[in-house]
Design a protein around this ligand. Structure first.
Ligand SMILES: NC(=O)c1ccc[n+]([C@@H]2O[C@H](COP(=O)([O-])OP(=O)(O)OC[C@H]3O[C@@H](n4cnc5c(N)ncnc54)[C@H](O)[C@@H]3O)[C@@H](O)[C@H]2O)c1
Length: 275
């Protein structure tokens, strides 16, 4: 491989990556790619349904399938059942990762949920669940992992936010507030970790093909097609974005070429933010 190619595609051989929300959708795609570029993967997911959202979350079987797929390809992977809303869970997951693989170099904060309603109709429960999972979960998991990431020779943290992290989307006030918070955390953590040469960045996806979109359709009593029509008109490029394209942005942020990119928000949004 040329030096240029080698600098743009990360070689994570010997390194360890943790992904939250790993069992399906974008998290699954990130796990498989991280294993392909050599990382041992700690795949964390809650693996049970919750009161909020009303749509099903990933199952234990889905998490095990991701781990089995990585192992079949000769990679190393560890399934971790943990809830990012519980400090004890994420601390135990980080400890188990370091016990299994000896270190932690990369953290991808991807787990999140969504519900939708005008802000005056949101229940305390919806507000609390979305903010606790999508925002506090990112802080909590990064806090638990920070000591190991700071010790890594090339620590990298990537938060999966949303275009809703830098603009409003009607009927998603709690999700928008949480994702704006994730963008704030990206910048605050980038400053505090720069001394340890750990980069912290966020990806802002547009409408991505994943079970979350189907879940949202259920929440709203719409078909997945209707949901696409409702939000895709926002994108200059009106196709639903494949999860693999978000993974592509993630890999670049983990590459040597992005060594000096930190505190940045990278939109993979079909041009939605250009409006
Ligand atoms: N799908 C989209 O259109 C879209 C758009 C913008 C941003 N995003 C963001 O992308 C990320 C990935 O979403 P996705 O589309 O793959 O959704 P998804 O619902 O398919 O995957 C989310 C995963 O997170 C897990 N999870 C949920 N709550 C958890 C908890 N408390 N603890 C641990 N795991 C938990 C779920 O079980 C699931 O496996 C999320 O941060 C989401 O907000 C998605």
């Amino acid at each position: 491989m040329s030096d240029l190619r080698a600098s743009v595609v990360p070689d994570l051989s010997g390194q360890v990556a943790m992904v939250t929300g790993a069992a399906r959708g974008q998290g699954r795609s990130h796990c498989l790619a991280l294993a392909e570029v050599g990382a041992a993967v700690a795949a964390l997911d809650v693996c049970r349904d919750l009161d909020v959202p009303s749509y099903p979350l990933a199952s234990r079987a889905e998490l095990d399938a991701v781990v089995a797929e990585i192992r079949e390809l000769g990679g190393r992977a560890l399934p971790l059942v943990a809830d990012v809303r519980e400090a004890g869970d994420v601390q135990a997951a980080v400890t188990a990762t370091v016990e299994a693989f000896g270190r932690l170099d990369v953290l991808v904060n991807n787990a999140a949920i969504v519900t939708s309603a005008p802000f005056w109709e949101l229940s305390e429960q919806q507000w609390g669940a979305v903010v606790d999972t999508n925002l506090s979960g990112v802080w909590r998991t990064t806090k638990a992992a920070a000591a190991y990431l700071r010790r890594s020779p090339r620590g990298r943290i990537v938060h999966i936010a949303s275009t809703g992290g830098v603009r409003a989307i009607p009927e998603f006030a709690h999700y928008v507030a949480a994702k704006h918070g994730v963008v704030g955390l990206t910048r605050a953590m980038a400053i505090e970790l720069a001394g340890d040469a750990v980069t912290v960045n966020a990806i802002l996806p547009g409408s991505v093909d994943s079970p979350m979109l189907a879940g949202l359709a259920d929440e709203l009593g719409l078909t997945t097609d209707d949901v696409h029509k409702r939000w895709l008109h926002d994108q200059l490029l009106v196709e639903v974005i494949p999860a693999a394209e978000v993974t592509g942005a993630l890999l670049w942020l983990l590459s040597d070429a992005a060594r000096h990119v930190t505190g940045h928000c990278l939109a993979v949004d079909g041009g939605a933010l250009a409006r």
